[in-house]
Design a protein around this ligand. Structure first.
Ligand SMILES: [Zn+2]
Length: 239
């Protein structure tokens, strides 16, 4: 059977789908993976991205952190793509129970999805480290240098930096959703970024599907692998 027909059949057959997505979901909205080694940052920044986006670096060189963060991780004009829209439609029609994402851009919510578990936080939530006051993404993006609260404290994005642990409540909810799912679609992730790989072991459902442009370490475990961009694949699905 053709792969897309098989995917359609699996989705028709499922009622509690969980989608687990990575950077590849957002690249179709023109948001580059900041970890990608295409060299765009290397010309300009003296430090590798993993170092810049770390807790230590944020503490020691916040001005450099924010220079990188605002330019390479905040894309406030980005629009949801076909993948985001189809997943929102699947939830609305009662087929999909949760989206677990490694992305921080908020595009699933913008597309209309309700139950979105953001493993790495969101650029849309920012808090003063001194008084806890909330700030939106626009305030951070448009601030000169380090965004400062009206109380004088430094604002920190609610984004999980390297060296920081993931929110335990988000992890628990994600594991619960995966354990209760009858279908798990993994999309736009190479499954090498922690904790993606470990989560999948909680899946006990019928259909495990991996949709990614390149091969992943879990392809052999999957019932179906499609090596294409996620938006292109989901566009062809009817729910
Ligand atoms: Zn404050």
């Amino acid at each position: 059977m053709e792969k897309l027909s098989l995917l359609q059949k699996m989705i028709d057959d499922s009622h509690r789908i969980v989608f687990f997505g990575g950077a590849g979901v957002s690249t179709e909205s023109n948001i580059p993976d900041f970890r990608s080694s295409d060299g765009i940052y290397q010309e300009k920044y003296a430090y590798p991205p993993e170092q810049v986006v770390s807790h230590t670096f944020f503490q020691k060189k916040p001005e450099l952190f924010y220079e990188f963060y605002k330019e390479k991780m905040m894309f406030l004009d980005a629009k949801p793509n076909k993948a985001h829209l189809k997943l929102a439609e699947m939830e609305e029609k009662g087929k999909l129970s949760a989206i677990i994402t490694q992305n921080i851009d908020g595009l699933h919510q913008l597309a209309g999805s309700k139950n979105v578990l953001e493993l790495h936080g969101s650029i849309h939530r920012n808090y003063c480290q001194r008084c806890g006051k909330f700030y939106g993404a626009k305030y951070v993006k448009e601030s000169e240098g380090i965004p400062i609260c009206e109380c004088g404290g430094t604002i920190k994005p609610d984004v999980v930096l390297y060296e920081e642990s993931l929110d335990s409540e988000v992890i628990q909810k994600s594991v619960r959703e995966i354990a209760q799912a009858d279908m798990l679609i993994i999309g736009g992730t190479s499954l090498v970024v922690y904790p993606a790989a470990g989560f999948i072991d909680y899946f006990r459902g019928k259909h495990l599907v991996v949709i990614n442009k390149s091969a992943t370490p879990r392809d052999e475990q999957a019932d179906l692998c499609i090596q294409k961009p996620i938006g292109e694949v989901l566009e062809g699905i009817t729910v």
